[in-house]
Design a protein around this ligand. Structure first.
Ligand SMILES: [Zn+2]
Length: 220
């Protein structure tokens, strides 16, 4: 159950006791939530904070799952294509190399960064942040990496890449003998575990855990 609201006016509350709506900038008292509760902005309905139970343990399990899927998703065949007697096994990595060899170096670099490098860096940032929280050490590093993760969020484009794969499968299915590979299942698994991880890692819980002093101020 949320605690009773502080009767003092907003201007007298400490900074840590306040929260501003991300969408409509309404300033209000920061709600204290129990497990699996969430608070929405009374003006626009935007989700302000959500409190997940066992957040660190659940998020760590998802981060390890995603890391385990990362190698097979990128290096096992997404599809096997048989066109005019010629068979190719296409992986994300051979796709990047293929683009590079056909003279599209800039596109190859972009695909390499957005579908391989940035998702991995994002995952590693999340993993280190979670380890910092669970061991209660190196919070400063955790804060830097969690900020980096927020900057990288817009650049990891696995969803776009998956859409590209699905479109090419639909287009190729009439032209060639096409078999879907285990890499595609791993790629979809990687994407789902990343989305689930993002939903599980409630940002306000992560920031509170990385800044225990702020949390202590908020509870006064
Ligand atoms: Zn709002």
């Amino acid at each position: 159950m949320p605690e009773q609201a502080d009767p003092r006016p907003l201007s007298e509350l400490p900074l840590h006791g306040l929260i501003a709506c991300h969408e409509c900038d309404l300033l209000m008292q920061r709600p204290r939530l129990g497990d699996e509760q969430k608070a929405c902005c009374p003006r626009c309905g935007y989700e302000l904070v959500v409190h997940r139970s066992q957040m660190v343990r659940r998020a760590l399990a998802l981060a390890f799952t995603a890391l385990l899927l990362y190698i097979p998703a990128n290096f096992l065949p997404i599809m096997k294509l048989n066109l005019l007697g010629q068979t190719t096994h296409d992986t994300v990595w051979t796709g990047v190399l293929g683009l590079y060899d056909t003279g599209m170096q800039a596109v190859a670099l972009l695909v390499f960064l957005c579908s391989m490098v940035i998702p991995l860096v994002k995952l590693l940032c999340q993993l280190v942040v979670l380890l910092c929280i669970s061991f209660g050490r190196a919070q400063g590093l955790g804060i830097v990496l969690y900020r980096l993760y927020h900057h990288l969020r817009e650049w990891g484009m696995l969803e776009v890449y998956l859409m590209g794969i699905l479109v090419s499968i639909v287009k190729l299915i009439d032209l060639a003998d096409l078999h879907l590979g285990i890499g595609l299942a791993c790629f979809i698994g990687l994407l789902l575990s990343q989305v689930w991880l993002e939903v599980t890692m409630s940002p306000h819980q992560v920031w509170d855990a990385l800044d225990p002093e702020g949390e202590a101020h908020a509870s006064h």
